[in-house]
Structures are given as C-alpha cells and as structure tokens.
Design a protein around this ligand. Structure first.
Ligand code: GLU
Length: 435
C-alpha cells in the first residue's frame, strides 16, 4: 500500500508465473477425459454405461500376474537398462522378425517404454524439429489418415510437426489409397502414420494394400521426400476377427529401415494399467533412431519397472490361450454391436474387423434437440446429452478428425455383451426423444 496525493492507493504486484505456450496450446485427451468422467460417475454410484474407454474388461492373464509377483519377490525392484532389459528386448525382436516378418531387428532396435503413448511420443520427438527458418511453411509434415486416434496429432505437433490430414470415408472402408498418399507427399513430408487395425474405425489394410502404400513411400524416399518414414502403430494386431490377417508394413524390405513399428501388451493382454509399450526400428537407421529415443528416455523416465517386464514376457510367451479367449469374445461383441446398431434409427455404422471400436455416423440427428432440451449441433453435444440424460459414456468424434469427426461418436465394445445390449437400448431411447 502507498499514499499518493492524500489518497490511499493499493498497489498489487502482478503475478509473474506462467505456463508454457506448448502446454497452453495443448488440448486435453478426449478419450482420457471421457474415461475419467465415466469412472468418477460410477464411483459416485451412478449407473453409467462406459463405452468411452478403450480398455478390456478382462483381467490380466494369470501367468503375467504371477511372473510380476515372483519378480518382485526376487527383489527385481531396481533400475534396469534404459531401453529395457536384454531378455525382453531379445524376445520382442524375435517376435517381430519371426511373427511380423520385419527384417534386421535385434535387441538394439527395440526400446520398451511406459505405454504405447510414450513410444509414440519419443518417436515423434526423435523425428521432428521446429523448422530452422522459424517459418510455418517450412514445418516438417506428418501425414495422418483420419479419422485417427485422438493423441497422434497433438503429440506430433508438440514435437514441431505440421499435421496433414488424409481424409478417408466409410465407403472407402476408412482407408487411404496409394494415389491419395502420392498426392499428399511433399519435400517436407517426414512421416506417414499408419494404424491397422485402426482406433477408432476398426478397419484393417490388407497385405496388398500395405505393399502398394509401401511402394509409394519407397519411391518418395528415393525422390521427392528423402527423409520420409512410416510410424506404424500396431497395438491391436492380435485383436482381429474379420477375413483380413494382420500385416506389418515394416515387413516390406524396401521400406523396413524407414519404418518404426509400435506395439505393446496393453490391449491384447488386458494390461492397460501396466503402462508398457515398445518401438522398434530396422537396419542402421533403426538402430540410430532407437538410440536417440533411449537418450530421451534416459533424460525423462530413466526406464520402466523391471518386474513389469517379467509380466510382459510371460504374457507374450505363456498367455496364448487367454489371448485367444479374449479375441473370440471381442469377435462376438463386434458382431453383436454391429447388428444391434444396424437397428438404430439414423445411425450408420461400418463393420468392425479389428480392434474393439465402432465409429457410427450420427449426423442424421444433428440440428435436433434432446428430450432434456439440449441442442445437438455436433457429436460433442450428442455425447454430452447422452451422458447427462441416459448415463451412457461415448467419445465424441471431433478429436478423431478435424473435417468429419463432428458427425461421429466412438463406442468401445471392450465390455460385456449385457452392457452392449443395455447401451444400445439407452441409445435408442435417447434418439427416440430427439425432436
Ligand atoms: N487408447 C485408449 C482409447 O483410445 C485409451 C485412452 C487413450 O489413451 O486415448 O480409448
């Protein structure tokens, strides 16, 4: 306080703390937000049906749990090698080469980190820069087929990338074509993101389609876009139930060294909370890339818990029967939700053949008003009203695609058949109330 000209003047000191622009410009994850909200409502006693979380309702298989407990009992509770212990990286490299057909992979091409999210985060940090010139038009580009999972674009932007959406349509089974890819590639293209099976579309590319896309990448790498890479998120590779077998684009030898393959046990082995994921490269550049990511890991989380890797090894080698049981359950749920949604007025849905999501088009209902008086102008309004009025959590589509997301909602069917039936009934009741 100070006196000036006989009056009392109060002088406040302005707060000088501030948050970084990087964080201020970052949107929160909508999948995580819906998941947290649904869990909090459930904990407070609300009978909420959670179709938000991409999280299996199964328990982690016994061999994995047992292995972790035994590892802790052996006091394996200290730091381990930054990229993960040799035994687990050897195993992942072996599976990648024997099962996925990716050439030139060894333990030195593998980093194990805290979830597939961290694997992607480190990959983008290692591949992208802010443009040297400081000019927007010089930003390196990530080509992103959309609709795509909500965190790819924000993580790439954090690393300095410009995200270029490659739109796909339900008629085209939500897949990009080689011609579309070719047209989108520029000298600034640094990476193409692939995610087959896809979250949120549950679509899959065939081997022939992936080979055709790989041929475009190979040509571009030898010509217009010498730095081009493919980041292939294959987290759902074991959860497939259509006629399309999973294929790793990194198995195409011409582009193997340009490909980072990302995977983890979270979805397939119901191990989401263990926070494990890995990235792998191939050949000389693959080793350099994993080395760079290991440096980042050494300056951030140091390493993952060693006892969780004992669980991952057991899951990968001893839980085949549990994996198959869960896969079959997802297959039955896919059939069920697809056929039930087919009977819901104004909802168009594509048949899921991998992963555990549907991404229905609800645009026939935009412009209406809910029974509770809420105006439905976009998917976010639809999802908000559905949760408020019928206690059913779904993820609004906006963050899956800037151009068409507002016409869709995402429903995860990693839940029981009983919940699927109840949920579709609630959806029908909600839609019946729209005017
Ligand atoms: N990946 C899951 C999903 O899409 C979990 C939440 C998240 O990490 O986005 O629902």
């Amino acid at each position: 306080m100070c006196k000036s000209e006989g009056r009392v003047r109060i002088v406040y000191s302005l707060p000088t703390m501030r948050l970084s622009q990087r964080v201020l410009s970052l949107k929160p994850s909508s999948t995580v937000a819906v998941m947290n909200k649904a869990k909090a409502l459930k904990a407070s006693g609300v009978d909420v049906l959670n179709f938000g979380a991409g999280e299996p309702d199964f328990n982690t298989p016994e061999p994995a749990k047992r292995a972790a407990i035994e590892s802790i009992t052996r006091n394996e509770t200290k730091y381990i090698d930054t990229p993960g212990d040799v035994q687990t990286r050897d195993l992942i490299a072996k599976l990648l080469s024997e099962r996925n057909g990716v050439p030139n992979v060894s333990k030195d091409h593998v980093i194990i980190t805290a979830g597939v999210k961290m694997a992607l985060y480190l990959t983008f940090q290692a591949l992208f820069d802010e443009p040297k010139s400081g000019r927007e038009e010089d930003r390196a580009e990530l080509l992103l087929p959309v609709p795509s999972w909500v965190s790819f674009a924000p993580m790439a932007r954090l690393a300095g990338a410009r995200v270029v959406e490659l739109p796909t349509t339900p008629e085209g089974q939500f897949k990009i074509t080689p011609e579309q890819l070719e047209r989108a590639i520029t000298p600034r293209t640094r990476a193409l993101l692939m995610n087959s099976p896809s979250n949120p579309c549950s679509t899959m590319y065939t081997e022939a389609e992936l080979r055709a896309l790989a041929a475009v990448i190979d040509r571009a790498g030898k010509g217009v876009a010498p730095e081009i890479m493919v980041v292939s998120d294959e987290l759902y590779q074991s959860i497939v139930f259509g006629s399309v077998p999973h294929f790793s684009i990194g198995a195409v030898k011409e582009i193997a060294e340009r490909t980072v393959t990302i995977n983890g046990p979270g979805k397939a082995f119901a191990m989401t909370g263990w926070r494990l994921g890995w990235a792998s490269g191939s050949g000389e550049f693959g080793k350099q890339l994993i080395g760079a990511m290991t440096k980042l890991q050494g300056q951030s989380i140091t390493c993952v818990p060693g006892f969780s890797l004992a669980a991952a090894r057991a899951a990968l080698t001893e839980a085949g029967a549990e994996l198959e049981t869960m896969r079959k359950a997802f297959a039955a749920r896919a059939e069920l939700i697809y056929s039930l949604l087919g009977g819901v007025a104004g909802v168009k849905v594509a048949k899921p053949i991998g992963a555990f999501y549907v991404f229905p088009d609800i645009s026939a209902h935009l412009g209406k008003t809910s029974a509770g008086g809420r105006k439905i102008n976009a998917a976010a309004d639809f999802a908000g009203a559905l949760l408020e009025e019928h206690q059913m959590a779904v993820v609004p589509g906006e963050d899956f695609s800037e151009s068409t997301g507002h016409k869709h909602i995402r429903m995860s069917f990693a839940c029981s058949e009983e919940q699927i039936r109840k949920g579709v009934d609630r959806l029908k009741a909600f839609i019946a109330g729209l005017k």
